[in-house]
Design a protein around this ligand. Sequence first.
Ligand code: SF4
Ligand code: MG
Length: 328
Amino acid sequence: MAPLLDVQNLRVEFKTRAGTARVLDNVSFAVESGRILGIVGESGCGKSMSALSILGLVPSPPGQVKGGRIMFDGRDLLSIAPEEMRRLRGGEIAMIFQEPMTSLNPVFTCGDQIAEAVRLHQPVSAAEARKRAVEMLRAVAIPEPEARADTYPHQMSGGMRQRVMIAMALSCRPRLLIADEPTTALDVTVQAQIFALLRDLRDQTGTAIVMITHDMGAIAEMADDVAVMYAGRVIEKGPADAILDQPAHPYTQGLLNSIPRLDLDPSGDLPEIPGVVPPLTELGHGCAFADRCPHAFAPCRTIEPRHVTVSAEHSAACHLLSGMEDAA
Ligand code: SF4
Ligand code: MG
């Protein structure tokens, strides 16, 4: 079966004063219905830009899609009409963001906002939409949903607001849900509840989820499949089990080392990957991770590594895997 969403060789550039930044460089990943794809990496690696590209929301200018395809259910989202994209967005494809306060309208009650989202995409009466809004609040485990429907966003906790966002996103029964750092602003307990909620909804509705995060712990908790991004590229991808058990790319290994392991290190001190993501305007020809990589050797500075198959469906772009080191 073809994946519901299949992003192929996506290239996006931004014109900046410092030069042209290749914010997405031949990015490819796919997600099937009923599965959760985790896209992980530090900030500035292209995770959110990948999401915006799928939604047709790359700010242009200064951004420009330079190539590739984004196949959604057989249609290329890069070539459909703007009004069809608008119809898909919030309908078949929905999105939730990190900070719900910026996406919820402070002057409308939560119930009215969900009802409005329903009516935007479905021809139902106001009363029916209101009923659907209350049902959705119940589905995301908001206590006393009838009463809560009449409250305003500022009257709720951060965790409740994120639930309202999820209710709103799911009210149109999307086939694809994109969740960009959905729990970053929330405490650990609420985060665990939101994860459980998303997994339940996936199980019940078969919605495909793309979850964007900087947190490998969240990946371990949620993802079926993983794409690791670095400096605008997917540098490792595959089934979550394979990547968590046998990360092949030094960057992925570094991200995994920074998950708290209280059993190993009771002090809670985490080794961090030294250095920062390089400016995307200054990427040379080699591996973008070379300046931070503990294993870098000469060819890493001049030759861009290609993806090498590690095991079924699991690949990584690192010269250590291609035998280049032996040849050097
Ligand atoms: Fe490190 Fe070289 Fe592999 Fe890049 S290609 S991750 S620099 S070993
Ligand atoms: Mg981001």
